[in-house]
Design a protein around this ligand. Structure first.
Ligand code: HEC
Length: 150
């Protein structure tokens, strides 16, 4: 192992662990317990279903605003945390949803999602996230079945 590989290892280690510290770390983030039943009403009130689908929730009065609706909830390969959901709602462009054509969900790198930061109360946000989080179910990784060699 030469000096460069040692340096690379150190840099790699810092970049992997680095984000746990510093002013942008999610350390210390904690939501008060919200009211899930009210959260469902918040979802309908703020017309999230104009651009989203969520199993078990529908609103016949709504006009779709996107050609491809973005699914909320459902099965993912990793836990969707409260912090990630809050971020998705108050800062949608931070991480663009996976599994969609980029230009159907974003425009020049920015999410097509509406900004709610001046119209949604914090209580509504907490209730909404309390309602949404359990709708994400973790599915175990599936292994690719390979044929056997004889
Ligand atoms: C005008 C359309 C529009 C409306 C209205 C809208 N969204 Fe979105 N939302 C999007 C788009 C497009 C994406 C995918 C791009 C992204 O990740 O920001 C998205 C992404 C999300 C994500 C991340 C999904 C993922 O799989 O990563 C969450 C959570 C979300 N929205 C919640 C909401 C909630 C809650 C509301 C209502 C308060 C809402 N959205 C209203 C368009 C919308």
């Amino acid at each position: 192992m030469n000096i460069y590989s040692v340096l690379l290892l150190i840099i790699g280690f810092i970049s992997l662990t680095g984000c746990e510290y510093g002013p942008n770390a999610s350390r210390g983030f904690s939501l008060p317990e919200g009211d899930a039943a009210n959260g469902q009403q918040v979802l309908v009130k703020h017309k999230c279903l104009a651009c989203h689908t969520l199993e078990g929730v529908s609103d016949d009065t709504i006009e779709p605003e996107l050609a491809t609706l973005v699914q909320l909830g459902g099965r993912t390969t990793k836990v969707t945390t409260y912090a990630e959901l809050v971020t998705s709602i108050i800062n949608p462009s931070h991480k663009i949803a996976q599994g969609y054509m980029l230009d159907s969900v974003s425009e020049s790198g920015k999410s097509k999602m509406r900004n709610y930061n001046d119209v949604m109360t914090v209580t509504e946000l907490v209730d909404l996230v309390t309602f949404l989080q359990p709708t994400y179910k973790v599915k175990p990784n599936e292994y690719t079945p390979y044929g056997r060699y004889y």
